[in-house]
Design a protein around this ligand. Sequence first.
Ligand SMILES: C[S@@+](CC[C@H](N)C(=O)[O-])C[C@H]1O[C@@H](n2cnc3c(N)ncnc32)[C@H](O)[C@@H]1O
Length: 342
Amino acid sequence: MNYIGSKFSILSYIDEVVEDFTKLGKKVTFCDIFSGTGVVSKYFKEKGYNIISNDIQYFSYVTLKGLVENSDELPFEKLTKKRIDPFVCLNGLNGKKGFIYKNYSLGGTKRCEFKRQYFSDDNAKKIDAVRMKIEKWKTKKLITENEYFYLLACLIEAADKVANTASVYEAFLKDLKKSAQKPIIINPLELIFKNKNYEVYNKDSKELIKEIKGDILYLDPPYNTRKYDTNYHILETIALYDNPKIKGKTGVRVEETKKSNYCLKNKAAIELEDLIKNAKFKYILLSYNDEGIIPMEEIESIMKKYGNYKRYEKRHKRFKSDNEREYKKNYTIEYIHCLEKI
Ligand SMILES: C[S@@+](CC[C@H](N)C(=O)[O-])C[C@H]1O[C@@H](n2cnc3c(N)ncnc32)[C@H](O)[C@@H]1O
């Protein structure tokens, strides 16, 4: 998934910094409290760490439950007994005119004030049918909770692949792009099998931090005013499937319960300091780039209040969500601010 602030392309850099700064030399408990797509959690899971993983967005939590917390084969025992292969069944479903079709496809919105084309008509109907089927299997106890979240994670990934956007959901494209014309396919996502402890949460970091402890706390909060709830609102709705009230051209969710203080200039630094102060972790590593709303010097002075501080930096290709935005440079500097708490 092309996610704003994804650390997919700098995983080995984060790893090098973890090794160099902590010098722990053994696999301890690693907490990824702003997990997003979960790539950082999955990377350190693969390396053999115990993982605590969290995100305020429900669609992200679904992915974490499905791919980070799950660490065993998923037998789909009850479906198998009925000779149902979940993926063959889901991919073979006929489309249904549900919430996604009615609100986010051209066919479904043709008589509405706002016409939207986030998905082709067929893909939107298919997303509805698959989402309803997964829920039905859960209600009828034909799948376990682990299997439920895993299937939802697979659906979210598949839906994102055929979305008619430049990458985020703050706008859709006028014409159906090539990838959006292809029929959606729900593929099984790769699971990592390790025998360690995995905890997954869907909480505001400032609440969760009071409840957990560990060795390494990795922070990757939003660093600018671009909000994740509006940029990924449709994935959130597919995950929740809660028939939300929506508004305007983009059909964004009306409820505003997941606004992040890290996106607000007057609140981000206070929020960060509060998190660091309350953290019961020896090592804290913060990813933040040179265009973030908290100045580098302010982060340094906050961290220095709580222990030994060191900063690492690396050039990184810029995240581009559309082709129209003009940027002064095509790279950013990715800092990792490190603190050893004393
Ligand atoms: C920069 S992204 C993380 C990207 C992630 N490391 C990755 O590689 O995919 C920031 C994430 O923080 C989440 N977030 C924002 N405010 C939060 C809060 N107060 N508590 C928990 N998560 C929050 C957002 O939903 C978003 O997924």
